[in-house]
Design a protein around this ligand. Sequence first.
Ligand SMILES: *[C@@H]1O[C@H](CO)[C@@H](O)[C@H](O)[C@H]1NC(C)=O
Ligand SMILES: *[C@@H]1O[C@H](CO)[C@@H](O)[C@H](O)[C@H]1NC(C)=O
Ligand SMILES: *[C@@H]1O[C@H](CO)[C@@H](O)[C@H](O)[C@H]1NC(C)=O
Ligand SMILES: *[C@@H]1O[C@H](CO)[C@@H](O)[C@H](O)[C@H]1NC(C)=O
Ligand SMILES: *[C@@H]1O[C@H](CO)[C@@H](O)[C@H](O)[C@H]1NC(C)=O
Length: 628
Amino acid sequence: MITTVIISLNVLQIPQDHSGTPTSRFGKRARPLLIAFGALLWLCHASLYSGQSLAVPYHPIDALISAAGKRYRRWEKENTWTGTLGMAVVNYRTRYGRHAPPNFDKWYDFAIERNSTIIDEFDNIFTDTLPFYSLSPGELRRRTAEDIAQLDNGVEGITIRNGKAESVRQIPEDHQWQLDAILNMMKDFVEYLPDMDLAINLNDESRVVVPYEENEKIYAAAMGAFLKPMRRRPRNIFSRTRAQGWPKISNDSIEPFHVSKPFEPIFDTFGSAHCHPQSAARAAFPWNTAKLCQRCLTPHSHPLGPFPNNSFAQDICHQPDLSYLHGFYASPSSFRGVSQLRPTFSQSKAPGFRDILYPSPWNYADRSGTVYAPNDSFPDVSFQEKEDTLFWRGTTSEGFATANGRGAWKGMTRQRFVAQANFPMEQNVLLPYIEEVNRWNYHRLSTAQLQAYFHTNVSIGHPIARCMWFDCDDQVNFFDRTHIDFQTHWRYRYLFDLDGAGFSGRFIPFLQSRSLPFKTTSLFKEWWDGRVMPWWHYIPVDPRLVGLYSTLAYFMGVDTTGDDQAVERGMDIKWKGRVEEAEKMAERGRRLAEKVLRKEDMEVYMFRLLLEWGRLVDENRDEIGFTL
Ligand SMILES: *[C@@H]1O[C@H](CO)[C@@H](O)[C@H](O)[C@H]1NC(C)=O
Ligand SMILES: *[C@@H]1O[C@H](CO)[C@@H](O)[C@H](O)[C@H]1NC(C)=O
Ligand SMILES: *[C@@H]1O[C@H](CO)[C@@H](O)[C@H](O)[C@H]1NC(C)=O
Ligand SMILES: *[C@@H]1O[C@H](CO)[C@@H](O)[C@H](O)[C@H]1NC(C)=O
Ligand SMILES: *[C@@H]1O[C@H](CO)[C@@H](O)[C@H](O)[C@H]1NC(C)=O
């Protein structure tokens, strides 16, 4: 094994000096590898959008922002509540084809009291719970109990009886706080919840996968149960005998049913299992892993540039290259997968996963590193006063670098981003050609030019984590590390956000701030998906990072004055960029977060989710519901 790694490190090359001496702030100790087989830190995409002649008639980002604005305004109009309970009940039936769950009136009052502007649209809850209608209430209870019973499985239980909730067992404090945060989130409405147990996933990684071949059956069964004609007069009450229905949770070790091993790649076994067998993700095609897989990128990019269309970018079935470009797929730290529909409540999930989303305890409990708390020493000044810099600090926590010869860390998005931001490879960047008439050209910029024109302050913020042996040493040698206080972020205009082992807890604080978040099109969907609009409240970036510099150029502008070589070559550009647009976008995100991402909104979401779930596990689920 060790031999393999030494060989693969030997093929790493010292980057060529493309244009004078790059003023790198990066890797004082080591500047290995630029383009070598298996060296993923810089995906070779130099030829993409090549040619000085590739002129573009308008800037794709203008179009994406304008389309996102239209979409958002439509959404906002539909989700600014001015109605009554009666209207909410009718809207529920129209939207979801069944009665609202029992105690819907209690939920409605709760939501109105907390000024929730969203009353109708809880599509995430609908899509998350729908497949579980394929299982009987008894089976759902049994599977829940099994998951909770299994010790050290990453799942713990919350039990609700007679309007009181508690955790099934005490667990070490570094996890117990999560259960406590959930209990806290529930405390103001738990009296309206029916007796039930909940299986809570304490890991960041999602875990429930239903293979494509099973999926169709499950949906057919779910729809069958779901589409029975609605009773005219449902009973507005959960069954009284529910408590007996829940199996007693014992500590008896049961047969483990999670089959994945930690640190193993999971794209083929779990990540793409929900994809069509003929899809690129499952019918693997060969490509050079040092090169950009263009077929994986273009389907979800704007036709004129590498700018992602988020809704499609979150479909991974055309993106087999993600198997080594994301830590979650390449080498997850604590993934416990199961290829069977199991009711598991998780904070985020990757495409195709069937976990049930609930609002993250990290955000609800204000855990450090996830709270927006500027003060006099760390003020959140106006956008214009902030430094014109793209900023990121984070840990190497996306996946586990196992020193197994695959060098998985070189593919992980965080590590690639740090490399790319500090020592960008020569590439084509979309710049104004005739700004007044909105004409744009792809210009080839060298490493030194990219470093000079675009300010970034990006590094690993903590000791190198989640690694073994030489995969630790290699990263220690490769990355500079500088620690900061989380509240330092607000000094900078542009804040980058990247997935970790699961979702990123910082995204909400970033939105709350006056800075503008950039975010790689995340694998991980959270409870707020659909409320926050890419290209309207934040800037999405493809995880291959191909569009990063063109996007930075759009907002930061470019000034080649003083770069004689560039001017000689006809690239005489002095453009201030769309700074005002960036400021507006940052303000829109801030207002949105104050409106629909508050702790109150998390409670409202959780309450509604648990009423839905309560009905789903009720023996009489077809007979109960709320009507006026
Ligand atoms: C709801 O809005 C009203 C009026 O703006 C305000 O007085 C009240 O404090 C708000 N309640 C919550 C829970 O935010
Ligand atoms: C199960 O184990 C937990 C912790 O190991 C312990 O606190 C609890 O009392 C046990 N429960 C039963 C029913 O044995
Ligand atoms: C994004 O992709 C979705 C799904 O393919 C498509 O419906 C939508 O029109 C696309 N949007 C843009 C702006 O290209
Ligand atoms: C400001 O916040 C920082 C970091 O959270 C904290 O260490 C410091 O004590 C605070 N300063 C003041 C003046 O409140
Ligand atoms: C990067 O950011 C840190 C934290 O704010 C700061 O101390 C450092 O001076 C910055 N580096 C550069 C080169 O601006």
